[in-house]
Ligand binder design. Structure first.
Ligand code: ADP
Ligand code: MG
Length: 366
């Protein structure tokens, strides 16, 4: 299957009402062969949308198209689509092979062909050697792979994944995330995943739709969502910790000037001009640092009440009545001593890239 023949999905004004509306008037185009993620907090309607696309839950209103075919009324087994639910739905006491071949057996694929396809698929998900293992004897990551193999062995042109990486430890998440990305490129099917984790969404998908209370706030590439969020909700959700509403914003050549608590702050110009509601100043934690001695601060001074080393950065807690949003900021680890508790310090932006560090190599022969 190639990307050009993969099935596109169109949601046309899809609504789902239980006691109250949980998905409202959602329209979305998913190109054939692309990887799209629905990103939103718990309860925002992500799983409900996935279940409607899979055919497990009927929409109250609106249409769902696969290519140009209206599938709104079709049962799940009549859609060229496979779903991996959050609980995976594997048979725990059956072997890996029996789990993966299950769907082929149901479809009446002959045992010889089935065995070949299962073998090839287990190699793709790096589970060869585990054929006879029972699922309850596998780790979380291995089970996740069995679920992927079981869905993909049926060669669906659409794969739906509900929180595929939730509940796995950090290293496994990264491994599986890469593996899902590879599978997507290799198989050329249309992948639609649901997650509440922004990093997952940004790293996996060609495009992501940010959901809030059953409505789409913004659809875009990861870069568009991160760099030009449509509003404060999207900005927060894709990784900005602190937002400050400036009292005044003055456009300038290059930098713009935002006035916050009576203080003028030079900032990057907005990617889009505000039409209503004005602007919010986004403080990306990775760009904040405590001032060097004698340096003029962009913000502050604040009193540092505590720091926590987090490896990638240092979380700095401070008390500032002027800038409450930055009271829990994160700084680069090279933060100077002034970040120590009890000190007063100003905060500034990183303006220059940080240089890479040399480390001793592990290579004993060298
Ligand atoms: P998410 O996957 O984003 O966490 P869901 O789609 O599971 O969100 O749920 C969205 C909302 O719909 C929630 O408020 C949830 O309680 C409600 N909901 C989901 N399924 C049902 C159902 N079968 N009956 C009633 N309410 C439901
Ligand atoms: Mg869900």
């Amino acid at each position: 299957m190639s990307a050009s023949t993969a099935t596109s999905i169109t949601l046309e004004r899809v609504t789902k009402v239980y006691d109250a509306p949980v998905v409202s008037d959602v329209s979305l185009e998913i190109a054939g062969g692309s990887f799209v993620t629905l990103l939103g907090p718990s309860g925002s309607g992500k799983s409900t949308i996935l279940q409607m696309i899979g055919g497990f839950v009927p929409p109250t209103d609106g249409r769902i198209l696969f290519g140009t075919d209206d599938v709104t009324e079709l049962p799940p087994n009549k859609r060229p689509c496979n779903t991996i639910f959050q609980d995976l739905g594997l048979f725990p006491h059956m072997t890996v092979t029996d789990n993966v071949s299950y769907g082929l057996r149901i479809r009446g694929v002959d045992p010889g062909t089935s065995a070949k396809r299962v073998k090839a698929m287990l190699e793709i998900v790096a589970l060869d050697g585990y054929e006879r293992r029972r699922v309850h004897q596998l780790s979380g990551g291995q089970r996740q792979r069995v679920a992927l193999a079981r869905a993909l062995v049926l060669e669906p042109s659409v794969l739906l994944l509900d929180e595929p990486l939730t509940g796995l430890d950090e290293q496994l998440r990264q491994q599986l995330r890469d593996e899902i990305g590879r599978l997507h490129r290799r198989l050329g099917a249309t992948f639609l995943a649901v997650t509440h984790n922004q990093e997952e969404a940004l790293s996996l998908s060609d495009r992501a739709a940010v959901l809030r209370d059953g409505k789409i706030e913004q659809v875009g590439t990861p870069r568009e969502l991160f760099e030009t969020p449509a509003n404060v909700f999207v900005a927060r959700f894709v990784g900005v910790d602190a937002m400050i509403r400036p009292e005044k914003v003055e456009p300038g050549e290059g930098a713009w000037i935002a006035t916050v608590a009576g203080r003028r702050v030079a900032c990057d110009p907005p990617r889009r001009r505000a039409t209503n509601g004005g602007y919010a100043l986004a403080l990306r934690p990775e760009r904040i640092r405590p001032c060097k001695p004698g340096e003029e601060a962009d913000f502050g001074p604040v009193t540092v009440t505590g720091t926590t080393y987090k490896g990638r950065d240092v979380e700095v807690r401070s008390s500032s009545s002027l800038f409450p949003p930055i009271n829990r900021g994160r700084c680069r680890p090279s933060a100077p001593r002034s970040t120590w508790s009890g000190n007063r310090t100003g905060l500034s932006w990183w303006r220059t890239p940080v240089r890479p560090t040399l480390h001793l190599s592990n290579d004993r022969k060298g």
